[in-house]
Design a protein around this ligand. Structure first.
Ligand SMILES: [Zn+2]
Length: 149
């Protein structure tokens, strides 16, 4: 069966380990919420409770490393961490820096519908794209934090 998160990274790949990967969210969401990353378990495991304890710890170490790197890089008002994933068999964490003036603040980002191609999406869309040499500073900081885990 086709699976979006097996067929593609699901965003701009910042780092991949054998068991998980970290992507910068692309498109309108990534443009509206700079620094928005997802930490994705590579294989089909739906719930945190289905991971072995050591795997769960490893995944959360990655989540917290991304969180810390984004705090340092972007100085957000608040970090939001969420695991929802109702539509995919890959357990994953959303790591979202909340910056002053983001479109949904202070509500959860999912409380605000984004228009694809909205002005803020066009203005910031290029942030989320590119190859390692074209990574933005915050993307580099996240990658470096994960390399030393
Ligand atoms: Zn899959």
């Amino acid at each position: 069966m086709a699976c979006d998160l097996c067929d593609s990274d699901g965003g701009t790949l910042l780092f991949r380990s054998a068991r998980w990967r970290v992507v910068a969210v692309d498109g309108a969401e990534g443009a509206a919420y700079p620094g928005f990353c997802r930490v994705v378990w590579n294989s089909h495991v739906r719930e945190m409770a289905d991971l072995a304890p050591a795997e769960r710890d490893e995944l959360m170490r990655a989540v917290f490393a991304v969180e810390a790197a984004l705090v340092q890089a972007l100085r957000p008002v608040k970090m939001n961490l969420a695991s929802l994933g109702n539509l995919t068999p890959h357990v994953h964490w959303h790591v979202i820096p909340r910056l002053p003036g983001d479109p949904a603040f202070p509500k959860p980002i999912w409380a605000h519908a984004l228009e694809p191609g909205s002005p803020d999406g066009r203005a910031l869309g290029t942030l989320a794209h590119g190859h390692p040499e074209g990574m933005t500073e915050w993307q580099e900081q996240v990658r470096r934090a994960l390399e030393v885990l």
